[in-house]
Structures are given as C-alpha cells and as structure tokens.
Design a protein around this ligand. Structure first.
Ligand code: ZN
Length: 78
C-alpha cells in the first residue's frame, strides 16, 4: 500500500496519506520511548477505510529495533 498506492483489500488507488503530526493530536498513535516518541505515517484507503501504518523515520525504526527487537528468544522460554 505504501509503495503501490493501491489498497490490498479493495484495489482502490484512492489512498490518503496522513503524515505524523507531533503536536496535532496523534499522541494515541505514538510509540513511546519515555521522553521521545515515534510517530507512524498512516495510509488510508478512502474507499473501504483500510488503514496501514508505517514508521517512515529511519531514526524511529532504529529506536524500535534497539528496544523491541530481541535476539534472545531462545533463552528461558523452554
Ligand atoms: Zn480499500
């Protein structure tokens, strides 16, 4: 959807793109890192209402990777 601008559900090409607005009421959608937040860009199909969220900021992705991508999944949970 992000790359094709085509809805995967209804094949519409009417995709609205909502850039993240840091002070515009998108707080509920933010991924919090304590004192900083990462905000997703939303791609919304204006025909069927399907929504996809993407983190477009590479720095934001790096933060998520550092905090949430675990490399120790084989430990403990046996
Ligand atoms: Zn659609």
């Amino acid at each position: 959807m992000k790359l094709s601008y085509c809805c995967p559900k209804c094949n519409s090409s009417d995709i609205a793109i909502m850039e993240p607005r840091r002070f515009g009421g998108d707080m509920y959608n933010a991924i919090s890192f304590g004192f900083t937040n990462v905000y997703p860009t939303r791609y919304i199909c204006t025909d069927c209402g399907y929504i996809e969220n993407y983190i477009d900021d590479p720095k934001g992705l790096a933060k998520i990777k550092d905090k949430y991508l675990k490399n120790d999944r084989n430990d403990g949970f046996v």
